[in-house]
Design a protein around this ligand. Structure first.
Ligand code: DMJ
Length: 749
């Protein structure tokens, strides 16, 4: 018993028992030293079960956080070492509690058989090496058989056994066929029921509370009977027959999916309307012409660097000259290509546009197992493809945009119809960001789908996209708003607000932008959107907009009634929004909104001007004696964002005040001095610092937005006139859609 003595001295008991099981040693026989060493997480080399004792990977296999030197530890759930030390979950884990019963240290008889079969055992802390007596084994055998009998009983006779059976043994078709775009997801049954009830209510059917109570009972009974019938039949079948049935069932599901998508497969012909405002004449003024040419050269540098070092990947790391992938797009690729398409087109970079188009036709694939951000994919990919279609008339872009739109539809399968933030586009399962208040969806995310989805309905001839976004509006309109403000969090299950945090920057921003643009895009016929926008702006002015003692107007954030005197770079887009909306303002307020836009532009310019790099920080504050300056280290970065030059673009177009061109040129110079590197353009970690600390990312929105807005500032107004085009929040171009808006509304009703 040399090793067991060693065990008692040096190793924890579980390690020793594992050694015994791993070697299959019988009581009284000593396992070798080598095997014992394998069980010791400190001593174990890589290789046992392919896992390193220090690898965090085993945690995934042991919910209690247990891990260790290989399978022995994974399954016993009582591994020694740092993973279980004092870890309550590991102590309480049912598997850990059960297995010791079967894991006799003797390794023979019942304990040995089951323990070995289940992957080893051990782990009953403090138990000695003595074997169970025969009577104990018999009792254990009885307990085990009773347990197995109970499990089978539960499977066949409990009322909801059909669900279990259908999941475990075979696929039983649901009583109700799911909607065309339905994908089962968590809570899918509850959603179906709720959706059904909502639909009945909408159709004017009288409410019958008893029906709601009886339905589930009848359904359970029916399911139960069917499950029993199917179980009997299944159990009479040979394994090969069962296998065949499973395959047949799988094929059927695949065919159903194809059929559901059939109406989309052949897109209806649409008359391509040649785009207005693409003449793109050279500016008459030589200095302006030169500046514009410089901005085009910046685009060439960004594009060529991406092409050279990261072609086909999402973004570029310009310092290390390699691809960069962000989890926002899952495994969808080519974000920079799609985001840059319309900028290439507008700048007349024809051959680059053609190579981007070929890449899209051959490589842009949405049939991937990817969890994506619905918002980001919508604004960059759907928006980019729609814009490329409307500018070029190339069918491939329409086809890809609609294809992707269909992939996004399962995100709306929530009880309220407010979409999930994240969606697996293969399984159709959605969820929200784990950090979002109480499982909420985010206002700026679900509120920034409207423009693209209205166009998807128009281009596919299917009102489903419009229905989804009109429902979001309906939900929002029914809700009470605190002080008329829209909180950033809304729970898609309850349809109620989460935390009362209001922001016109991150988490809220583009929701307001899309209300205004929905009205403009409908050729000002969508009066509901207009009202929502101006009501919201009124509340923002009353509760959020303030003036600093130095005379700078800023938009603060609101947290449950308290103001945080901070403004984000993202919030700077609002200057352009206020100015763009001025035209439709209530009686006599147009000038006021134009001025408000100008004041926000000035504040944001100050936030740039007060830095060393002359580029603005991520957020700046108006408290503690500072104005328009970032005070926290983690707010001092600049990631090539567009919002400030976006506001300059609208202000230039709407006022022609030369200061906006001057400020825009300052930004160009700063970008060239501090962000341009050999391999493209990089963001900066600290705009107040005297040396560049690069973040090594060339964001796709730099090509989609920042450079496009700068180029437009130095172009004539008849290039993409604002009366004919709407920019989505990623600066992708969407034409005004008056007739489509009406068509869609009629179909939706
Ligand atoms: C872009 O993706 C969009 O402008 C979005 O609305 C906000 N953030 C980035 C750029 O900063």
């Amino acid at each position: 018993m040399e090793n067991l003595t060693n065990c008692n001295e040096g190793l924890q008991p579980a390690v020793c028992r594992a050694c015994l099981f791993a070697t299959g040693a019988a009581p009284g026989r000593s396992p070798s030293r080598e095997w014992c060493a394998l069980g010791d997480p400190e001593a174990q080399p890589r290789g046992l079960g392919g896992l390193d004792a220090r690898d965090p990977a085993p945690q995934a296999l042991t919910p209690g956080g247990g891990g260790g030197g290989g399978e022995v530890w994974l399954l016993s759930g009582a591994a020694p070492g740092p993973w279980t030390d004092g870890h309550p979950a590991a102590e309480a884990m049912p598997v850990a509690g059960l297995l010791p019963l079967f894991g006799s240290p003797a390794g023979g008889g019942l304990g040995g058989g089951l323990g070995g079969g289940l992957g080893g055992g051990g782990g009953r802390k403090g138990s000695g090496p003595a074997a169970f007596r025969l009577t104990e084994k018999f009792v254990l055998l009885l307990v085990f058989s009773a347990f197995i009998t109970l499990c089978f009983g539960a499977i066949f006779f409990l009322p909801d056994s059909s669900k279990l059976l259908s999941g475990v043994l075979f696929h039983s078709s649901p009583a109700l066929q799911p909607a065309a775009d339905h994908k089962p997801g968590p809570g899918a049954r509850a959603e179906d029921a709720a959706e059904g009830r909502a639909r009945r209510r909408e159709e004017g059917a009288p409410e019958d509370p008893a029906a709601d109570r009886e339905d589930p009972l009848a359904r359970i009974r029916e399911n139960h009977e069917r499950a029993l019938r199917e179980a009997k039949e299944t159990l009479q079948k040979l394994p090969e027959e069962i296998q065949r049935d499973i395959l047949r069932e799988k094929e059927k599901v695949a065919q159903d999916q194809l059929r559901d998508r059939a109406p989309f497969r052949r897109l209806p012909p649409v008359d391509f309307v040649p785009p207005i405002g693409l003449e793109n004449r050279e500016p008459a003024d030589a200095a302006v012409r030169e500046k514009r040419a410089k901005i085009k050269e910046m685009m060439e540098h960004a594009w060529n660097s991406y092409k050279r070092y990261a072609w086909g990947l999402n973004e570029l790391k310009p310092i290390t000259k390699e691809g960069h992938s962000s989890s926002l797009f899952g495994t969808i690729k080519g974000a920079t290509i799609v985001d840059a398409l319309d900028t290439l087109f507008i700048m007349g970079m024809e051959s680059e546009f053609q190579e981007a188009k070929s890449w899209i036709a051959e490589n842009l694939d949405f049939n991937v197992n990817a969890e994506i951000s619905v918002f980001e994919v919508n604004i960059r990919f759907v928006g980019g493809l729609l814009s490329a279609y409307y500018l070029s008339g190339e069918e491939i872009f329409r086809k890809k945009a609609v294809e992707l739109g269909i992939k996004l539809l399962p995100a709306f399968h929530t009880p309220s119809g407010i979409p999930w933030a994240l969606l697996n586009i293969k399984s159709g399962i959605g969820r929200n960001w784990p950090w979002a208040s109480g499982g909420s969806s985010i206002l700026a995310e679900f509120g920034t789908l409207h423009l693209e989805f209205m166009h998807l309905s128009h281009l596919s001839g299917n009102p489903i996209f419009a229905e989804k976004v009109m429902n979001i509006r309906k939900v929002l309109n029914k809700l009470e708003k605190p002080e008329g403000l829209y909180p950033n969090y809304l729970n898609p299950s309850s349809g109620q607000w989460g935390q009362h945090h209001v922001s016109i920057g991150g988490l809220g921003d583009s929701f307001y932008e899309y209300l205004l643009k929905a009205w403009l895009m409908s050729e000002k016929t969508d009066l509901e959107a207009k009202k929502m926008y101006f009501d919201a702006v009124q509340a923002i002015e009353t509760h959020l907009i303030r003036k600093s003692s130095g005379g700078l107007t800023y938009i603060a954030e609101w947290k449950g009634g308290l103001l945080e005197h901070k403004m984000g770079h993202l919030t700077c887009f609002a200057g352009g929004m206020f100015a763009l909306g001025a035209d439709g303002a209530p009686e006599g307020r147009a000038q006021h909104y134009l001025e408000l836009g100008a004041e926000i532009a000035r504040t944001c310019h100050e936030s740039y001007n007060r830095t060393f790099m002359k580029l603005g920080p991520e957020a700046f504050r108006f408290d503690g004696g500072v104005e328009a300056i970032a005070t926290r280290q983690n707010e001092k970065y600049y990631i090539l964002r567009p919002e400030v030059v976006e506001t300059y673009m609208y202000m230039w177009r709407l006022t022609h005040d030369p200061k906006y061109r001057k400020w825009a040129w300052e930004a160009v110079e700063a970008l060239e001095s501090h962000c341009r590197v050999n391999g493209g353009y990089s963001g900066l970690r600290d705009v107040y610092f005297t040396h560049e600390k690069y973040d090594n990312v060339q964001q796709s929105f730099f090509l989609a937005e920042t450079l496009k807005y700068l180029y437009l500032i130095f172009s004539d107004d008849d290039l993409l006139p604002l009366e004919h085009w709407i920019f989505n929040t990623e600066a992708h171009l969407l034409p005004i859609l008056p007739t489509a808006q009406k068509e869609v509304e009629v179909k939706v009703k």
